[in-house]
Design a protein around this ligand. Structure first.
Ligand code: KG4
Ligand code: ZN
Length: 337
């Protein structure tokens, strides 16, 4: 059978990522990612540095990808590129580049929404039918969303201020961890006591919205009161464990809210945990326990599909193609999509 190969290009934040997938086999032929470490010194993503980095690395990265994937370019059926949301400069670089590649290779191009791609990639990894529930936690977004199809999403709840990843990154920065700090916090937390630092459980109201800025401030206040310069590793580990615990409890509360308002017969069959924060094994277990209690299948893509990657963009292009969404060369970036 003819392979359905799709190319994905992602430049919405600080990672330059490209990937080739075979959508028929649901397999990844090859993916390449360049993580921009130049932001570490600034403790956050510097937009101008990010777009320069993407412009510098994208051509070489795509060359490496095409050479090492051992495919005939003719086999590529379509291209996806992140058009938003994200940092405008990086998005522009990616979209311009993708349009150039689409013209050169004479392939159809789809503009991809980064958040939809996070929520859909579970279907590349597993056998998941629509509709399903997705809990999306990244560096910039928290969303509780029903995925009805590749093109229809219903937002049940969203982040009102700092996202969960942002909270981890900002606390991690003050602990001296390099950016982004989520993975380092997870490692440190393994050696800490989750009940040692009393932190507020975020947003314990009845809604499905999220807010992590209060938790972030409480953690930063604790660091201040302990003395940032003299914190022992043990104390840092305790804070990390307590922070992860509070985030887990906050999300669990929202999951309980969701089920409280739902007649049991209308349970979703599957819930997906996605976005960069879903790479966290501890939070996976916490969320899994919640959903299994309600007899809902719970899945999380492997970590490399959770943090920003080209596979999810390629997969979303395939999903759009399958859903009959016409390709287009005539679109602009949407930084706040
Ligand atoms: O989806 P993503 O890669 O980029 C955005 O779209 O924002 O998410 C990045 C976020 C960062 O805040 C990072 O600290 C967090 O995901 N993250 C983690 C882990 N790995 C990445 N958070 C907790 N545990 C991890 N293992
Ligand atoms: Zn992302």
């Amino acid at each position: 059978a003819k392979r359905k190969i799709f190319l994905g290009i992602e430049t919405s934040c600080d990672d330059t990522a490209v990937a080739l997938i075979d959508a028929t086999e649901k397999s990844v032929l090859k993916h390449c990612i360049h993580q921009q470490i130049e932001h570490q010194a600034f403790g956050g993503v510097v937009p101008d540095l990010a777009s320069k980095g993407h412009a510098k690395h994208l051509p070489t990265l795509l060359n490496t990808l095409l050479r090492s994937a051992c495919i005939d370019k003719e086999e590529i059926q379509g291209i996806g590129v992140t058009a938003g949301p994200g940092l405008a400069g990086g998005l522009l670089v990616g979209v311009m580049f993708a349009k150039g590649v689409a013209i050169t290779l004479k392939k159809p191009l789809w503009a991809i929404n980064h958040l939809q791609a996070h929520a859909l990639v579970a279907r590349l990894c597993y056998d998941v039918q629509f509709p399903y529930l997705a809990l999306l936690f990244s560096g910039g977004h928290c969303e509780f969303v029903v995925v009805y199809s590749a093109t229809e999403f219903y937002l049940l709840g969203y982040g009102l201020d700092d996202a969960a990843g942002e909270c981890l990154d900002k606390v991690g920065r003050r602990l001296g961890f390099s950016f982004p700090a989520g993975a380092a916090i997870e490692v440190a937390a393994k050696m800490g006591d989750p009940f040692s630092v009393a932190l507020p459980i975020p947003m314990r109201d009845k809604s499905l919205n999220f807010s992590f800025s209060g938790l972030k401030s409480a953690a930063l206040r604790w660091i201040n009161s302990e003395g940032e310069k003299t914190l022992s590793f043990e104390k840092k580990a305790n804070l990390c464990a307590s922070l992860q615990y509070a985030i887990g409890q906050g999300i669990q509360k929202k999951i309980e809210n969701f089920f409280e308002n739902l007649p049991p017969e209308s349970n979703p069959h599957t819930a997906i945990f996605c976005g960069g924060v879903a790479a966290n094994q501890y939070l996976r277990q916490v969320l899994e326990a919640s959903f299994l209690r309600h007899n809902v299948r719970f899945l999380t893509p492997p970590p490399k599909f959770c943090t920003d990657n080209g596979m999810m963009i390629a997969w979303n292009a395939y999903e759009k193609c399958q859903a009959g969404v016409p390709p287009s060369m005539n679109f602009s970036i949407r930084a706040r999509w």
